[in-house]
Design a binder for this molecule. Structure first.
Ligand SMILES: Nc1nc2c(ncn2[C@@H]2O[C@H](COP(=O)(O)OP(=O)(O)OP(=O)(O)O)[C@@H](O)[C@H]2O)c(=O)[nH]1
Ligand SMILES: [Mg+2]
Length: 313
């Protein structure tokens, strides 16, 4: 932005009244559509999405501007009954996100309703002091009667400030959520520069994009036993970038599956990831993926740090 544009933007903000800003934590059961919604509200992909559970592993901040407000969405890992150490770290991180927020948005998959983990999350939310809103997602999948019944039974358990019914996929109802947030968040200066949409470093977002392709392509336990790190990032004179990433798996048998017959699985993952990275970075990408076995990476504190998670004892 040039200096003139900068001054013009400031003048526009002043003409429209004081700025608002705040942190909004999206919490909910795994697979409710939290990351889809954050991407929709930010207007760009900042957090990865898959049809599988437990896709998001650590908090991702997506930053949106609506009218005079800068809204910082905290996409959190879904809350579920943890089993592995990584699970525990993910769930702790989600509740930690809730504690840091100005407002909590509970996202529920309307089709699933309060079955499963939603009930326990409602219980846990009673301990959280901040104002809460209920967002019923995936309304493209249910009928109106069921939706109203679900809204009523959730509101019986917790006094939500407001209830919204949306589809993160189609965008239906999302403007109402943004209007509400923009006027409800406290008056105050913006936390981030106007053009910033995420706090995730590019190397990490690139690793996440590859992990998304892996989630979409591989089945059963493999996605949950794997982890991606960007090892090298080299800008080249011709305007392209060379990226090297390692997919860590826990066992040799998993490595074979990740590679696929004649390397066809890893090739497909690499192609899909490279395509998307080139779009995001707006430059040609040369992506090199390596699969390494690292037994018990799920118990290695360094891997947790890489992911932005605390290491639970
Ligand atoms: N039909 C429909 N599907 C949706 C909608 N929103 C999200 N989904 C789908 O729901 C699945 C899960 O979406 P995510 O955004 O990854 O869910 P999440 O809550 O972030 O999941 P975790 O990170 O695993 O906790 C994906 O297949 C999405 O495409 C919606 O409004 N309608
Ligand atoms: Mg997610």
């Amino acid at each position: 932005m040039t200096q003139e544009e900068d001054i013009a933007a400031e003048a526009a903000v002043e003409a429209n009244g004081p700025t608002h800003s705040g942190f909004v934590a999206l919490i909910g059961p795994t697979n409710a559509g939290k990351s889809t919604l954050v991407n929709r509200l930010v207007g760009a992909k900042v957090s990865i999405v898959s049809h599988k559970v437990q896709t998001t592993r650590a908090i991702v901040r997506g930053i949106a501007i609506h009218d005079n407000a800068q809204i910082v969405f905290m996409d959190t890992p879904g809350i579920f009954k943890p089993r592995r150490r990584l699970d525990r770290a993910m769930v702790t991180s989600a509740w930690g996100g809730a504690k840091d927020a100005d407002l909590i948005m509970l996202l529920i998959d309307s089709e699933r309703g309060l079955r499963g983990d939603a009930e326990a999350i409602l219980e846990g939310l009673k301990e959280v002091q901040q104002p809460k809103i209920l967002v019923l997602n995936k309304i493209d999948r249910v009928n109106r009667e069921d939706l109203l019944a679900l809204a009523a039974s959730a509101n019986e358990k917790i006094a939500f400030e407001r209830t919204f019914m949306i589809s993160a996929e189609t965008g239906s109802g999302c403007d109402d959520v943004m209007d509400y947030l923009a006027t409800t968040l406290p008056a105050g200066p913006w936390y981030y520069p106007e053009d910033q949409i995420s706090d995730l470093p590019m190397r990490q977002l690139a690793a996440e994009i590859t992990r998304e392709k892996l989630f979409l392509r591989l089945h059963q336990e493999l996605p949950y036993s794997s982890h991606v790190e960007t090892e090298k990032w080299e800008e080249r004179k011709d305007g392209s970038v060379r990226i090297e990433q390692v997919i860590y798996v826990e066992r040799d048998s998993q490595k074979k599956i990740a590679l696929g017959k004649g390397g066809e699985t890893i090739k497909a993952i690499s192609t899909a990831s490279r395509k998307e990275l080139a779009e995001i970075l707006e430059q040609p990408v040369h992506l090199f993926l390596f699969v390494k076995v690292r037994e018990n990476w799920g118990d290695d504190p360094e891997r947790f740090r890489e992911m932005g998670l605390d290491f639970p004892k």
